[in-house]
Design a protein. Structure first.
Length: 280
């Protein structure tokens, strides 16, 4: 796991340079979910693949930008599932974006997730990593190395509300839930980049991020293996809670395909309790 952690630091610095200076244009190709690929997405994916090819303990890669699992070392044990550049369409307006990683052992199942990380490319280059303990927060220093800053811990209740999906497609239940948060004084914080929004909630020690089931995406839009479960792992290890709107944890999800999607909610324990009170 130490080798994977060190590789994530190398990846962070390389993609950070691409985010600063690379071509923001679109390719002529689509990814597995039908989105037209940005050149920056493809470049970020190639950087990650090249670095993990150097590690003998990595069995395979599963990426938002790859249709199928890419096997690297048949007899190795770790599967890296990742979104190479979440929020990439926001780079041209200079918003913070990020990379998300889930490290699974032997097979992509919720119970096999052994570590998770994300990198955020903003005014500062930062990374959060957990191997099952409290998530650790790192920041790139002037000397070119990442320094440990602190462990992350969510409080029981927050003040931030990051709510995704097009409102006209929300269910009445979800409208009621979001309205109840605003009635309690919660502040809207939503950029459209999952990494940036979830990072802000963690840094501010509480709140909720939601991407519900909608009329146009009844199974949600975010991908289980490389977006949802890695962040669920981080949030729950930080003392928070998660749900798909029905279950008590996103770790109850059974994965049947690598690009499977789900509704998802991440937050402090209070907000997830309120979710279940209204959702039933």
């Amino acid at each position: 796991m130490d080798e994977i952690f060190k590789t994530l630091q190398i990846i962070a610095k390389k993609i950070s340079e691409e985010v600063k200076y690379a071509d923001f244009g679109y390719t002529n190709h689509q990814n597995s979910t039908g989105d037209t690929q940005l050149k920056l997405d493809v470049k970020s994916d190639s950087i990650i693949e090249a670095e993990f090819r150097k590690i003998s303990s990595v069995k395979s890669l599963v990426s938002e930008e790859k249709e199928d699992e890419l096997v690297l070392n048949e007899n190795a044990k770790f599967i890296i599932a990742y979104d190479p550049l979440d929020g990439s369409s926001l780079v041209d307006v200079n918003f913070a974006v990020g990379s998300i990683f889930g490290i699974y052992e032997n097979e992509i199942k919720a119970e096999n997730l052994k570590a998770a990380a994300y990198i955020i490319y903003g005014p500062r280059l930062e990374m959060v990593f957990t191997d099952g303990n409290a998530p650790k927060f790192y920041r790139l220093q002037k000397d070119g190395n990442f320094a440990f800053i602190n462990e992350l811990k969510l409080e029981n209740k927050g003040k931030l509300n990051a709510t995704g999906a097009t409102q006209k497609n929300w269910s009445q239940t979800h409208r009621k839930f979001i309205r109840s948060l605003f009635d309690e004084g919660y502040r809207l914080r939503y950029s459209g980049a999952m990494v940036a929004d979830l990072h802000q909630i963690l840094m501010k020690k509480g709140g909720i991020f939601s991407y519900p089931a909608t009329s146009d995406h009844p199974n949600g839009k975010l991908r289980v293996s490389f977006e949802v479960l890695p962040f669920a792992f981080i949030y729950e290890k930080a003392g928070g809670a998660t749900s798909d709107g029905k279950s008590q944890s996103l770790f109850s999800i059974k994965i049947s395909k690598i690009h499977q999607t789900t509704p998802c909610f991440f937050g402090s324990k209070y907000e997830i309790e309120r979710l279940h009170e209204i959702y039933g």
